[in-house]
Structure formats: C-alpha cells, structure tokens
Design a protein around this ligand. Structure first.
Ligand code: IDP
Ligand code: MG
Length: 139
C-alpha cells in the first residue's frame, strides 16, 4: 500500500453519539482524502484479533467488549505524511492529555472510549486496512 495512507476507525461511542459527520468533516478539512469507507460491527473475537498486540494489557478484554459494542466506521485515508499528521489530528490516547482542537479532545469520553483510532506506522496502516478491506491494490 502507498505510504501516504493511514487507517482509521470512528469508534462505537462516537458513532452512537452521532459524531461521525463532525469527525469526518474535521478529517476532510485537515486535507485527508477518504479512499474507502464502510460501517461495520465487529464481533468481540474480531476486535480481539485487531487489537492482538494489546493481548497482555489489563484493558484488553474491556477494549474488545467496547469495540464490539456497536457499529464503527472503518476508513482508509490519504494525505502526504498521513500516519503522523493523522495521529496529530486525533490527539493523545487519553483525552485528558489531548491537545485542544484534536478529535479526541473534542469527542472522547475516556481513555478507552476515545472516539477514534489512527494507525501508528505505515506498516500497521497497511495491516489494519487489509483487516477491513480486500483488493487494496484497487483502492
Ligand atoms: P492509541 O489508540 O492511541 O494508539 P493504544 O495504546 O494503541 O492507543 O491503545 C489502543 C486502544 O486501547 C486505545 O485507543 C483505547 O481505546 C484503549 N486503551 C489504551 N490504553 C488504555 C487504558 O489504560 N485503559 C483503557 N483502555 C485503554
Ligand atoms: Mg495504537
């Protein structure tokens, strides 16, 4: 996958609260192009696979429950320096530490229900995109 891409999910809390439109507007206004997007609901097992890297963390089971608690929006985004710029746009994992104006500062409820996901590397952006979208070559 091109390295000018990242992967995002609008998480169940933000989706349920009707914040998807406002969040997508911020993403587009920050210069990201939406290359692919869909609404899905993960099973707890699928959420567990997506977050397998956190398997040993104390919050893992809660995280899987939360991420499968309702629909999410999964999307592939394109922009120069996409991964780093998107992490900046979403803000710190814990909204208490997120910069003003970031998506998590505006919409996150807690360190767990933090509104949005952003890949942390080009490599993970590709792995995570393939988790949700097939035929990446055609996107
Ligand atoms: P990130 O989403 O900012 O990359 P990660 O450390 O990769 O943060 O954690 C993945 C997700 O797990 C977070 O976005 C959040 O939903 C949840 N999480 C992370 N740390 C905690 C915690 O200490 N308590 C509860 N949930 C957490
Ligand atoms: Mg992460």
């Amino acid at each position: 996958m091109a390295t000018n891409r990242t992967f995002t999910m609008i998480k169940p809390d933000a989706f349920a609260d009707g914040n998807s439109g406002a969040i997508l507007k911020m993403i587009e206004e920050a210069g990201f192009k939406i290359k692919a997007m869909k609404t899905v609901r993960l099973t707890a097992e699928q959420a567990g696979k997506f977050y397998a890297v956190h398997k040993e963390r104390p919050f893992y089971n809660d995280l899987c429950r939360y991420m499968s608690s309702g629909p999410i929006i999964a999307a592939i985004l394109e922009k120069e320096n996409a991964v780093a710029d998107f992490r900046k746009l979403i803000g710190a994992t814990n909204p208490a530490n997120a910069e003003p104006g970031t998506i998590r500062k505006l919409f996150a409820k807690s360190i767990e229900a933090n509104a949005i996901h952003g890949s942390d590397s080009d490599e993970n952006a590709e792995i995570e995109s393939r988790f949700f979208f097939s035929k990446l070559e055609e996107i």
